[in-house]
Design a protein around this ligand. Structure first.
Ligand code: IMP
Ligand code: MG
Length: 180
C-alpha cells in the first residue's frame, strides 16, 4: 500500500467488504424504486468511486448528475458554511433523486444540499452515504441508505482524501496521525 512519509494507514474496511455492502445497498434501492426512473446525484469528488460502483449494481433506468461543494475553513474541520461550487446540469423537478455522498460526518454538508435540492421540487429525495460517523453529528440528517457506521477516526481511500491524496486506495483506511 502506498504511504506518504510519516503517515500511517490502517485498513478499516476492506475492498471486498465494501463491494458486498454496496451491492446490498443497490439491491435495496432497486427494490424501493422498482419500475421507476432514478436520478443519482454524486457529490464531487469524494463520492465518485462509491457512486460508480453503486450505479452499476442498480437494476433500474438511471441517470446521473454531479454537484460540488466547498466548506469554508481550513483543514478537515467543517466550518458550517457550505458553498456550491458546481451546480447540477439539469432540473430535478418531478424526479426520484438520491443524493450520494462519501461520508456523513457533522451533517452540515448534507443538510445544506438536502435543503437546496428540496427547493427544486423533486418527486422524492433520499440520501445514500457510504460511511457514517454518528459521534460527530452537529446537524441531524436523515440518511436513507448507509453503508457502514464507523468510529470517530479520520479515514481515507475509496474516494475519500486527505489534501487530495489517497482517493485511489481500494480499502477505507484510518489515517494516523489524523490531520490537524
Ligand atoms: P460534514 O459536512 O461534516 O458531514 O462533512 C462532509 C465532508 O467532510 C465529506 O464529504 C468529506 O469530504 C469530509 N470528511 C469528513 N470526514 C472525513 C474523513 O474521515 N475523511 C475524509 N474526508 C472527511
Ligand atoms: Mg466529500
Amino acid at each position: 500500500m502506498p504511504k506518504r512519509s510519516k503517515q500511517n494507514l490502517k485498513i478499516l474496511l476492506r475492498h471486498s467488504a465494501i463491494q458486498r455492502r454496496v451491492k446490498a445497498m443497490a439491491a435495496q434501492i432497486t427494490r424501493d424504486f422498482r419500475g421507476e426512473h432514478l436520478h443519482l446525484i454524486g457529490v464531487l469528488k469524494g463520492a465518485s468511486i462509491f457512486l460508480s460502483d453503486l450505479v452499476r449494481q442498480i437494476r433500474l433506468d438511471v441517470s446521473l448528475d454531479f454537484m460540488a461543494v466547498s466548506s469554508y475553513g481550513k483543514g478537515h474541520q467543517s466550518s458550517g458554511q457550505v458553498r456550491l461550487t458546481k451546480d447540477l446540469d439539469t432540473s430535478i423537478e418531478g424526479l426520484n433523486v438520491i443524493l450520494v455522498e462519501d461520508i456523513l460526518d457533522t451533517g452540515l454538508t448534507l443538510s445544506y444540499l438536502f435543503r437546496v435540492l428540496q427547493q427544486r421540487k423533486p418527486r422524492t429525495l433520499r440520501i445514500a452515504a457510504l460511511l457514517d460517523k454518528p459521534e460527530r453529528r452537529i446537524k441531524q440528517v436523515k440518511a436513507d441508505y448507509i453503508g457502514f457506521q464507523i468510529p470517530n477516526e479520520f479515514v481515507v481511500g475509496y474516494g475519500l482524501d486527505y489534501a487530495e491524496h489517497y482517493r485511489n486506495l481500494k480499502d477505507v483506511c484510518i489515517l494516523s496521525p489524523p490531520p490537524e
